[in-house]
Ligand binder design. Structure first.
Ligand SMILES: [Cu+2]
Length: 150
């Protein structure tokens, strides 16, 4: 009788633990009217098959003048993807259509809005050198940080 009770408690703890483990594949990042992200590093375990990044724009300015998004590329490709993205326009989230240097990107949002970027991590390598940045024209030089997958 007592043993059965103990077993069910253990099962309960195991379930709670695995729920917590999957929660770490979900991250929230804020961006504001000052062209800043709330963090310099987004870190998710390499065990995540899927990652969800919620981007919240806490400012007031519209997407046309202070839009933000999240784009993930190899660190070496930030400048190239950012430069090509400028001419792609807001309708394409300032990402060149079909750009295969881009692992994932969200739409561009304005103040008071939020968006969720969910993507499959199968193209990423554990420990790879990745960067997340905002591809809105002129923002990518400042609005960027390390995307850790390890
Ligand atoms: Cu931005």
């Amino acid at each position: 009788m007592k043993l059965r009770y103990l077993l069910s408690i253990t099962t309960l703890f195991a379930a709670a633990f695995s729920a917590q483990a999957s929660a770490s594949c979900e991250v929230t990042v804020e961006a504001n009217d000052m062209m800043k992200f709330s963090t310099d590093v987004i870190s998710v375990p390499a065990t995540c098959e899927e990652v969800s990044i919620t981007l919240k724009h806490t400012g007031k300015l519209p997407a046309a003048s202070m839009g933000h998004n999240i784009v993930i590329t190899d660190t070496a490709n930030v400048q190239g993807v950012g430069t090509d993205g400028m001419s792609a326009g807001l309708d394409n989230s300032y990402v060149k259509p079909g750009d295969d240097r881009v692992y994932a990107f969200s739409k561009v949002i304005g103040g008071g809005e939020e968006t969720v970027l969910t993507f499959d991590t199968s193209a990423l390598q554990a420990g790879g050198d990745y960067t997340f940045f905002c591809s809105f024209p002129g923002h990518w030089a400042i609005m960027k940080g390390k995307f850790e997958f390890k």
